[in-house]
Design a protein around this ligand. Structure first.
Ligand SMILES: [Zn+2]
Length: 285
């Protein structure tokens, strides 16, 4: 497998560093995707088991993004202040992806209904499926970070926490250097003050949720019920799994059926599907 260092020619490195120095972060709307072709980044990794993957991408020094100064994290309390049961907004958030089949089909469903969502991706999955990262952004959804490898951050040393956050962000920025990544959702919803501080140092605020009833055991009816009654809710769904099975899992099939059956009904009832930053962006300037 060719190493990443080998893959990067000197010119690419120079361009990359130049973009880092000259980056500009728009306040609200993400810029048009300028995705980099990183398909060959990981060489001969087995796409099913992902054996052979190594985080041998460039380590980008701080600051990856300007640090968040005076930002407000999207915790249960903040969400309660900013959303009520009468709020028409529904925030669909997808964790753990992207994954080749489920994410692509979810994007198809969202596109068919003209609704936007927020994708909390893992750095290692982003490296495997850069075309899906590109598609998420190009179709107007928000790209957010869920760490590099889905480790439980509170069990790690400060240095390891920093690596999970910095490496995940570095992979997204390597592909989309000018895209502001505003939100970080810690795996398992598990975080401490060090994780908060590291997220802020990397230009992100913590983004939690107020509805997490959808997991791999959820039935189609439960998914439909959650979305149809989801106004005023940040809903957590999952479009990824590790290691990656070759075909759609039963849970993913239920999720796809549930989404296809519920989004249109919710919209007909007045629901507005939004990205996190379109509603909460001011909290994390
Ligand atoms: Zn997760």
């Amino acid at each position: 497998m060719p190493s990443f260092k080998k893959f990067l020619s000197g010119g690419v490195i120079a361009a990359f560093l130049g973009l880092l120095v000259n980056r500009v972060y728009p306040a609200a709307e993400p810029p048009v995707a300028r995705a980099r072709p990183v398909s060959s980044l990981l060489g001969s990794v087995d796409p099913v088991t992902l054996t052979g993957i190594t985080p041998s991408f460039p380590r980008i020094p701080l600051p990856l993004q300007p640090p968040v100064l005076g930002g407000v994290d999207l915790t249960q309390d903040t969400i309660r202040d900013w959303l009520s049961d009468r709020s028409p907004e529904i925030f669909l958030t997808f964790d753990d992806g992207p994954s080749p089949k489920a994410t692509a089909l979810i994007l198809d469903i969202l596109q068919a209904h003209d609704v936007k969502a927020t994708f909390f991706v893992l750095g290692r999955n982003a490296a495997m499926w850069p075309e899906l990262i590109e598609r998420i952004v190009a179709e107007g959804h928000e790209l957010a970070l869920h760490s590099y490898s889905h480790a439980n951050l509170t069990t790690l040393s400060w240095e390891q926490k920093k690596q999970e956050i910095a490496d995940g962000l570095a992979l997204l920025h390597w592909q989309l250097p000018n895209l502001r990544i505003r939100w970080f959702r810690p795996p398992y919803g598990s975080y401490d003050q060090a994780v908060v501080d590291l997220a802020h140092a990397h230009g992100m605020c913590i983004a939690m949720f107020n509805e997490i009833s959808i997991n791999s055991d959820s039935a189609v009816a439960e998914i439909v019920q959650t979305v149809v009654t989801g106004q005023g809710r940040i809903i957590v769904l999952h479009d990824g799994q590790w290691p990656r099975p070759a075909s759609l899992t039963a849970a993913e099939q239920r999720l796809l059926h549930g989404l296809a059956a519920s989004i249109g009904v919710a919209k007909a009832q007045g629901a507005e599907f939004k990205t996190l930053s379109s509603h909460f962006g001011n909290l994390c300037p």
